[in-house]
Write a protein that binds this ligand. Structure first.
Ligand SMILES: [Zn+2]
Length: 483
């Protein structure tokens, strides 16, 4: 049998009694019980309106509750605060006695839980029980006012945020930019804006031994939160809260008393990108995973091949068969070509590196005019996305509208980014021309490699191989032509 709880509510003509009717007290207590997994077996309620605090007038449900406790009908009494339960010292003694004899516990929604099994706990319950409510409310109100004050004056409050160092204590506390961490933040911002997935940035940071402000490895959600902070562009965000501690009204931004790490325009673009619902679902950005997906063509039907993940298949005899990463033709009516990815990639990598070593400088000449045009279109699209995100945040448009807008702008943005990549002037690709090519290629991500393959005008076709030929890789089965 689980813990059985009794709820006690009391209506009275004092501040708390007027503010919190019995229904509200009961609901709060039931919520507490639900949280603890306790079963509420009885609700006791007294009307104390006509009696003064010191009154000795009997409260029928109070007496009934004590009798039931002695009869072992429940294990714990729940009330909103100690003063809702009782303000009378003699009754508090009854409760202490009840605990000692029958083990009946006390729990409160908005007062500290007394530990009646110790002399200290009993002392606190006896002496502070009477006016704890007013004190608790005053404390909460003071804390709320202090928070709002700190926020309005643009002061930081809380643990050290990534990117800044904290100096001084209390009212003298101030933040200065931590150069090393600020550099990491700016790098992450650039990479996010370049379309890189958070998961990948996180993996890279952790590989490099970069740690969070608490010295832990990065996680995608942590980096996301850090990148979305208004603190980054020099603003202090404050969410006002009501008496119940719940958010009340819209969050406000106040100029912070610290130096920003990114400018507002850049920050807005990051927010637009990271809050884009299309991206949110997978956190993988827009980047590709496999080198030749939609680059290589099927030798049978001419349509683009796709990369597939590796997997293990359990055979009936209990053995496991491993299927490695592969490229295959996914198109209905064909699906005739499939090849081990490692073999094809290896072959293509060799060819590309050979060509770049020989002729990279000329081949990667790029087109600065086209690149500038693409950049201009990219900022325009990003501004539109940022605007939509702001409107969504301001409730000017619905989430559905935001989704429609991003769904429309996203492919345009991706296309412009691809145009920018393929029009990059030689300076950005200098590593991929001349003697250092092999190393640069080995260190490049899939996205960059794909861009270079497109830039080189390579046409890659994966042909079908005859039966019995499947094990050994025949380079001739991957045909490379040049535009
Ligand atoms: Zn095909």
């Amino acid at each position: 049998m689980g813990t059985r709880a009794a709820v006690y509510t009391r209506i009275s003509d004092d501040k708390e009694g007027r503010a919190r009717g019995v229904a509200r007290q009961e609901a709060d207590c039931r919520e507490l019980a639900a949280r603890e997994g306790w079963q509420v077996v009885e609700v006791y309620s007294d009307n104390d309106l006509s009696a003064a605090t010191s009154s000795r007038k009997r409260r029928p449900d109070w007496d009934r509750m004590l009798d039931d406790a002695e009869a072992g009908r429940f294990d714990v009494i729940l009330a909103y605060t100690t003063s809702r339960l009782t303000r009378r010292p003699r009754e508090r003694e009854d409760l202490i006695e009840l605990h000692e004899e029958f083990g009946t516990g006390l729990r409160f929604v908005a007062s500290p839980d007394p530990d009646l099994s110790t002399a200290d706990g009993q002392y606190i319950f006896r002496t502070l029980g009477g006016n704890d409510t007013a004190e608790a409310a005053r404390t909460a109100e003071r804390a709320r006012r202090k928070q709002a004050e700190l926020a309005e004056s643009g002061r930081h409050n809380g643990p050290r945020p990534y990117g800044w160092d904290i100096h001084g204590r209390g009212a003298d506390q101030r933040l200065t930019v931590n150069d090393a961490e600020a550099a990491v933040l700016r790098e992450c911002v650039d990479r996010v804006l370049a379309g890189e997935g958070l998961w990948k940035i996180v993996r890279d940071l952790n590989d490099r031994g970069v740690r969070t402000s608490t010295g832990k490895p990065w996680a995608t959600q942590v980096l996301r939160r850090v990148l979305l902070r208004d603190r980054n562009h020099g603003y202090r965000k404050h969410q006002p809260r009501g008496k119940d501690g719940k958010p009340k009204g819209k969050p406000a931004l106040y100029p912070g008393q610290w130096d920003p790490i990114v400018d507002t325009e850049t920050h807005d673009r990051v927010v637009a990108l990271l809050t884009d619902p299309a991206r949110r679902s997978n956190n993988r950005g827009t980047e590709a995973k496999y080198l030749l997906t939609s680059v290589a063509a099927c030798g049978e039907c001419g349509r683009p091949m796709v990369g597939t993940n590796e997997f293990n298949y359990e055979l009936k005899n209990g053995r496991t068969r491993h299927y490695p990463h592969s490229y295959k033709c996914p198109h209905a009516g064909c699906m005739k070509v499939q090849r081990r990815m490692a073999d094809v990639d290896d072959h293509v990598n060799r060819v590309v590196v050979g060509v770049l070593e020989r002729d990279g400088v000329r081949l990667l000449g790029g087109d600065p005019v086209a690149a500038d045009a693409a950049r201009a279109r990219i900022s325009a699209l990003e501004a539109k996305l940022a605007l939509a995100a702001d409107q969504f945040a301001d409730d000017t448009i619905t989430g559905e509208q935001l989704q429609r807008i991003t769904a429309r702008l996203r492919p345009e943005l991706d296309a412009e980014r691809a145009r920018l990549r393929s029009a990059q002037p030689a300076a950005n690709l200098a590593d991929f021309a001349g003697p250092g090519v092999a190393e640069a290629w080995a260190g490049a991500d899939v996205e960059t490699r794909k861009a270079i393959i497109r830039l080189l005008g390579m046409q890659i076709t994966i042909n079908r191989v005859g039966p019995g030929n499947g094990r050994a890789y025949d380079p001739a089965s991957t045909a490379i032509t040049w535009n």
